[in-house]
Design a protein around this ligand. Structure first.
Ligand SMILES: [Cu+2]
Length: 342
């Protein structure tokens, strides 16, 4: 097609932009719901394609009818079509009743089929997780015998090709748990447990978000799902089960003492120390995580120091207060200690 005139050019431009957006979207964009990374996500993607197809068809047919209605002249051949014989009632019955009933019924049954194919629980999952949403971070507890349990935050590790069973709840308000390339949104409701099963087919890092407005830092309540080959996953689990390493370096020891002495230990847990708080992210293997503040910052030394000094300045409104001023040495020791918690 050779575009003629500005109107044609803008249509061609729009089409090119749409095609580019579609192509970019198909290239594995993290929030693309149409490129499922596992069987559950693909079922949802198929449902998405059904919606797009039927809606597009409806739009095209409507567009053609509008253009045709605007262009036709009285007395033209079309007036003699049988459908016009009753003064237009046929159009109303077909366009206003029959077509919507057909389109909505198809979508209804496709949706029902998708829901049935997505069970909330499986008989013997490879991994069982308890996910608790907090304002504004995710607590992730790995089950097992009491000695095997451990808790991490904002970063879920799973083996590829295996079913993961999630039990989801909330500690405060309603949140919604969503990793678009792996599963659909599921509400996290205080006092209630919802169930979800998912599987990641390929190793990689999948991004997720809280998908239900939950207060000032809702937009900074992210999570990552990291899918490993099974052997790699097992060694990750083995490592996370260990308590925090005992420091021998004097600076790290003073960092640990500071952590236990300041209020930090009232909110946070570091297994193997006296820090046993239960209302904030478990920091036992904090340094093994990629992000700080539920996906808000990369987990670097500079950000960590700034966070310890004034987390409120970085993520205003969060439940970690600005604590008393530390002297430079204490601050360095605290950060060095937390950074040593691989
Ligand atoms: Cu939220």
């Amino acid at each position: 097609m050779t575009p003629r005139g500005p109107w044609c050019r803008s249509v061609a431009g729009l089409a090119a932009a749409a095609a580019a957006a579609l192509a970019a979207g198909c290239g594995g964009a993290p929030f693309n719901t149409l490129t499922g990374g596992g069987p559950e996500a693909r079922l949802l993607a198929t449902l998405g394609w059904w919606l797009i197809a039927l809606v597009s068809l409806t739009i095209v047919v409507m567009g053609v009818l509008i253009v045709w209605g605007a262009l036709r002249r009285r007395g033209s051949l079309t007036e003699h079509l049988p459908i016009d014989a009753d003064g237009g009632k046929g159009w109303i019955l077909i366009g206003g009743v029959a077509v919507p009933v057909v389109v909505l019924s198809v979508l209804f049954f496709v949706t029902l089929g998708t829901l049935r194919a997505l069970p909330g629980t499986v008989a013997d999952p490879a991994v069982e997780l308890e996910v608790t949403a907090h304002q504004w971070w995710w607590e992730i507890d790995y089950g097992g015998r009491p000695s095997e349990r451990f808790s991490v935050a904002n970063e879920i590790h799973v083996p590829v090709g295996e079913k993961i069973q999630v039990r989801l709840t909330s500690a405060d308000v309603i949140h919604s748990f969503w990793v678009p390339r792996l599963f659909g949104k599921l509400d996290a409701i205080p006092g209630h447990t919802n169930h979800l099963v998912f599987e990641a087919e390929r190793p990689g890092v999948y991004r997720g978000e809280c998908a239900e407005y939950c207060g000032v830092q809702h937009s900074n309540m992210r999570l990552l799902v990291v899918a490993h080959e099974p052997a790699e996953f097992r060694s990750w689990v083995e490592h996370q089960r260990q308590p925090a390493a005992m420091p021998s370096d004097p600076e790290l020891i003073s960092g640990r003492n500071a952590f236990e002495q300041y209020a930090c230990a009232l909110c946070h847990t570091i297994r193997g120390t006296q820090a046993r708080g239960g209302v904030a992210p478990d920091l036992t293997h904090f340094a093994s995580r990629r992000t700080l503040g539920a996906g808000t910052f990369p987990n670097t030394r500079a950000r960590l120091q700034a966070w310890i000094v004034n987390a409120q300045g970085m993520k205003p409104g969060i439940k970690m207060p600005k604590l008393a001023q530390f002297d430079g040495r204490t601050l360095n020791a605290l950060a060095a200690y937390l950074e040593s918690l691989e």
